[in-house]
Ligand binder design. Structure first.
Ligand code: HEM
Length: 127
């Protein structure tokens, strides 16, 4: 059988490590921290659920929260091109930090670039 990207990346443990390393960086990023809650526990929990299904693992996010409608869920937050770049930089660093390598890393990052682009809802000069 073919492996899903979720299996190829290393499943629950790796997704969990990646998301934790990611939000450690988000919490310290001057462009991102101000729009996130101080306590990122719940945000990280939802992101683990979301990335699990994004990678073709069990649909944990949808089971608890319904259709992701990611762009709509981001509309309350001013997502500028600068913030999208910062988000991706934190993800890139998190991937480095946990030693994620190979085609599954590259494919995930490529997809995240498209999704991040799609979340932009505010021009840079309006933040
Ligand atoms: C939630 C920012 C891109 C997935 C959030 C929240 C913020 C945010 C401020 C709310 C956190 C909270 O209240 O708990 C951003 C910024 C992005 C970005 C600045 C830059 C482009 C993405 C991308 C994905 C994503 C690319 C998917 C791969 C999520 C998920 C949630 C979330 C799953 C939780 C939604 C929920 O409340 O159920 N994001 N985000 N975000 N974001 Fe993003």
């Amino acid at each position: 059988m073919f492996q899903s990207p979720y299996e190829a990346i290393g499943g629950e443990q790796v997704v969990s490590k990646l998301v934790d390393a990611f939000y450690e960086r988000v919490a310290k990023h001057p462009d991102l921290a101000p729009i996130f809650p101080n306590d990122l526990t719940e945000t990280a929990r939802k992101q683990k659920q979301f990335l699990t299904q994004y990678l073709g693992g069990p649909p944990l996010y949808t089971a608890e929260h319904g259709h992701p409608m990611l762009r709509a869920r981001h509309l309350p937050f001013p997502i500028t091109p600068t913030r999208a770049k910062a988000w991706l930089a934190c993800m890139h660093e998190a991937m480095d930090a946990i030693g994620l390598k190979g085609p599954v890393r590259d494919e995930l990052y490529q997809r995240l670039m498209l999704t991040a682009q799609h979340m932009i809802n505010t021009p840079d000069d309006e933040r």
